[in-house]
Design a protein around this ligand. Structure first.
Ligand SMILES: Cc1cc2nc3c(=O)[nH]c(=O)nc-3n(C[C@H](O)[C@H](O)[C@H](O)COP(=O)(O)OP(=O)(O)OC[C@H]3O[C@@H](n4cnc5c(N)ncnc54)[C@H](O)[C@@H]3O)c2cc1C
Length: 296
């Protein structure tokens, strides 16, 4: 009698990154890395995923760290989401990331779920992909044959699809430091706290010495197959001082030109568009305010 919920699989527990990479190279597309298991194990239990080989990364301590780096912060892929939420380095160097962490699921899930797992999973409703896109993060991917950097802009390819090749692991996420006079904000709407958001917005704004918008990166989650950079909204802000009218114009550009959400069982496309407008306006207002308070 079959007692397992998932399809049968071989299971390996490498203790080092090199061992894990060798196993992934050996088994190719048949193998999947296992991080916190908070998405992969349910998918296997429903038999939506049927990897023949699981390479468990949980014993690889060299992949779990948070380090200050050139004013920014570097996070190892196996760092638990809860550790990032509680990290002083993250709070100091990447307040946007710190602000978004509590919006991910529940503490029990963040205790197991990893930063790398969430990013590699690339759920378009997940917080971390959108936050990393807004922060212009740089990912480091490793395989048994070498290493390459992948900018967040080029990483998210579609629904649960990334630039990672079979045999490649995401090993580090580097969040660069923000220039002086920068401010950030994260906002989302979920039906219940801990649920995946109906829409979320992560905003980064940098002001020039006269208080005008010098740069803006705004990313949106839950509005397509992948996180969406709100390019038209950012263009609206360029060279402008914050005002009610400006923020409304940027929010309008976001909702009408940057996103093309679909209807699903959770929300209609029209409602999602409305949320994009409201959350973009509010997140930008907060980011401008914080940038003005942050002259150093
Ligand atoms: C009830 C519930 C609610 C949730 N709510 C939210 C939410 O609101 N927001 C949210 O963002 N998430 C949510 N999650 C998902 C959670 O954040 C997961 O932790 C995350 O999606 C996956 O991280 P993980 O470490 O568990 O990865 P796993 O489930 O172990 O792996 C996920 C996928 O990524 C691959 N992978 C893992 N690590 C790597 C790596 N280093 N390199 C390459 N590939 C890798 C795996 O092979 C697998 O395909 C929820 C989960 C549950 C169970």
């Amino acid at each position: 009698m079959r007692t397992m919920k998932p399809a049968p699989f071989e299971y390996f527990t490498p203790a080092t990154l090199d061992e894990a990479l060798a196993l992934l190279a050996q088994h190719g597309a048949e193998a999947k890395p296992l991080a916190g298991g908070q998405s992969l194990i349910p998918a296997m239990n429903f038999r939506l995923a049927r990897p023949a080989v699981l390479v468990d990364l949980n014993r690889i301590s060299e992949l779990a760290y948070v380090r200050s780096e050139s004013g920014g912060v570097a996070v190892g892929a196996m760092t638990r989401q809860r550790a990032v939420e509680r990290s002083e380095e993250v709070a100091r160097a990447a307040p946007l990331l710190a602000e978004a962490m509590p919006a991910i699921a529940h503490p029990q899930i963040r205790n197991r779920g990893t930063v790398g797992g969430s990013i590699a999973h690339a759920d378009p409703s997940a917080e971390l992909p959108a936050v990393m896109l807004a922060l212009d993060a740089r990912f480091r991917a490793r395989s048994s044959t070498g290493e390459r950097p992948i900018p967040a802009d080029e990483f998210f390819k579609g629904m649960l699809e990334t630039a990672l090749e079979p045999g490649e692991l995401l090993v580090e996420i580097a969040v660069p430091s923000l220039p002086p006079r920068s401010g950030t904000a994260f906002l989302e709407i979920a039906r219940r706290h801990g649920d995946y958001a109906l829409v979320g917005v992560a905003a980064v704004v940098t002001l020039d010495v006269r208080g005008r918008c010098q740069a803006a990166r705004i990313a949106c989650l839950s509005v397509g197959d992948a996180p969406v950079l709100l390019v038209e909204a950012a263009k609206t802000l360029a060279g402008q001082s914050a005002s009610e009218d400006l923020l409304r114009a940027a929010a309008q550009a976001a909702a009408t030109r940057d996103v093309d959400p679909l209807s699903d069982i959770h929300a209609s496309a029209a409602y999602r568009r409305q949320l994009v407008a409201v959350l973009t306006r509010r997140a930008l207002a907060r980011a401008f305010e914080r940038a003005a308070e942050n002259p150093s």
